[in-house]
Design a protein around this ligand. Structure first.
Ligand code: C2E
Ligand code: MG
Ligand code: MG
Ligand code: MG
Length: 280
């Protein structure tokens, strides 16, 4: 069953595939106990607002210090958690921990919000909006400080349902971004029906060498603005890209040139030094 889902063809079965499969099965089995044992942790990447030259948003990103595999990327274990159903519990842990840590460091004043990634499977659970709201209440964090990132693919999968869910979420005060924008197949007319606040242009566009790259990015920014959406550019790895996106009227920048995702205590110190030295 696992083999079929991971697309492994038994006709060409070999030992390398066997070990990939074993690793996936082990990761799948280990997720639940790892939550209880505290093997997951969060890092936060700052997002810079061009207009104010200040960090006004953070994105929480999950990491797993696995006892035998070492540090695991969410790119590897999130799809597995989505398949085995653990993604719901993991997402609740992420939101709870985000609220707790950001409150502890007093980061969520009225000029700062924090993003949490919501995978398709969680987004489509009917009880999800109430659950997320309850976690915020319990953590004494206003949903208006929490931004939910759903991918373009998630938003487009079940259009009618997505419109309804997004209304519920924004009705509770959450803001919502379309993540990895440009990698799926959006219908632009449908975009106007979604109550979302912002588009995040996928980093593959910024990092691409295509000759039409800049025209495509500019068109996405103008499209978003014409729909009253803010734009975040991901994958800002150089000063040149930071300046170019500013020229293009982009609203926010996120990327390694500004900062890598950092543990909360390191981020806190980083924010202090940025403020003090007027870094951007
Ligand atoms: P994403 O939501 O699009 O997050 C942005 C990813 O881009 C992060 O990778 C971040 O480290 C990376 N990144 C940021 N700036 C740059 C840059 O300048 N250059 C390059 N090359 N990369 C940059 P990360 O942390 O490995 O996360 C990968 C993906 O895993 C995320 O993509 C998201 O889809 C998923 N993910 C991470 N945390 C969570 C979570 O808590 N829940 C869910 N459901 N998914 C998560
Ligand atoms: Mg994201
Ligand atoms: Mg993204
Ligand atoms: Mg992305």
């Amino acid at each position: 069953y696992q083999a079929k889902q991971s697309g492994i063809n038994y006709a060409n079965y070999n030992s390398e595939e066997d070990s990939i499969l074993r690793r996936q099965v082990k990761i799948s089995q280990d997720i639940k106990p790892a939550i209880e044992e505290g093997q997951f942790y969060l890092v936060y990447q700052p997002i810079l607002e061009y207009k104010t030259k200040r960090v006004t948003k953070l994105e929480a990103l999950i990491r797993w210090q696995h006892p035998t595999f070492g540090l695991l990327s969410p790119v590897e274990f999130i799809p597995i958690a989505e398949r085995n159903g653990n993604i719901s519990e993991l997402t609740q842990w992420v939101l709870k921990t985000t609220c707790k840590q950001c409150k502890q460091y007093q980061l969520l004043d009225s000029s700062m919000s924090v993003s949490v990634n919501i995978s398709g499977r969680v987004f489509n659970q009917p009880e999800m909006p109430d659950l997320l709201e309850k976690i915020c209440m319990t953590s004494d964090v206003s949903p208006s400080r929490i931004n939910l990132e759903i991918t373009e693919t998630t938003a487009m999968a079940k259009p009618e349902q997505a419109i309804n869910i997004l209304h519920q979420l924004t009705g509770k005060g959450f803001t919502v971004s379309i993540d990895d924008f440009g990698t799926g197949y959006s219908s632009f007319s449908y975009l106007t029906e979604l109550s979302v606040n912002e588009l995040k242009i996928d980093k593959s566009f910024l990092l691409s060498m295509n000759v039409n790259r800049n025209k495509v990015i500019k068109a996405m920014i103008d499209l978003a603005h014409s729909l009253d959406l803010k734009v975040v550019a991901e994958g800002i790895e150089t000063k040149e890209l930071l300046d170019m996106l500013s020229e293009m009227n982009c609203d926010f920048a996120q990327g390694f040139y500004i900062a890598k995702p950092l543990p909360i205590e390191v981020l806190y110190q980083w924010l202090l030094s940025v403020e003090k030295n007027n870094l951007f």
